[in-house]
Design a protein around this ligand. Structure first.
Ligand code: ZN
Length: 109
């Protein structure tokens, strides 16, 4: 049975309903592979000089797993989630310095 939890210190401030919906879809994609889902960042403050982010607006989340999966599998998970979430979301698997994770954001055009 796959589990889901928040990394210590994650804040739900400003969290938008579209993000909540997407977080649940991400959990399901992990669970379908028997993987635990860890939400590692949701709200965070915009830091001056840093790239603009939707995290401060509660429209983005990062999730990870405690299982060891390959970069290729990360790509498959991101692609699968992108299809489920549709065109109004951007989804990517990347390593911003703290290891691979999924970043997803609600960004309707
Ligand atoms: Zn992110």
């Amino acid at each position: 049975m796959s589990r889901v939890w928040f990394k210590k210190g994650v804040s739900l401030k400003n969290l938008q309903p579209q993000t909540v919906w997407a977080m649940e879809r991400a959990r399901e994609v992990f669970a379908s592979r028997g993987l635990n889902c860890i939400y590692t960042s949701i709200y965070r403050q915009q830091v001056e000089g840093e790239k603009f982010s939707l995290h401060p607006l509660g429209r983005a989340f990062d999730c990870d797993t405690d299982h060891d999966i390959s970069v290729a599998v990360w790509g498959v998970i991101a692609d699968e989630l992108a299809v489920i979430l549709g065109d109004e979301f951007d989804v990517l698997a990347h390593d911003a310095g703290s290891g691979f994770h999924i970043h997803a954001e609600f960004d309707p055009k």
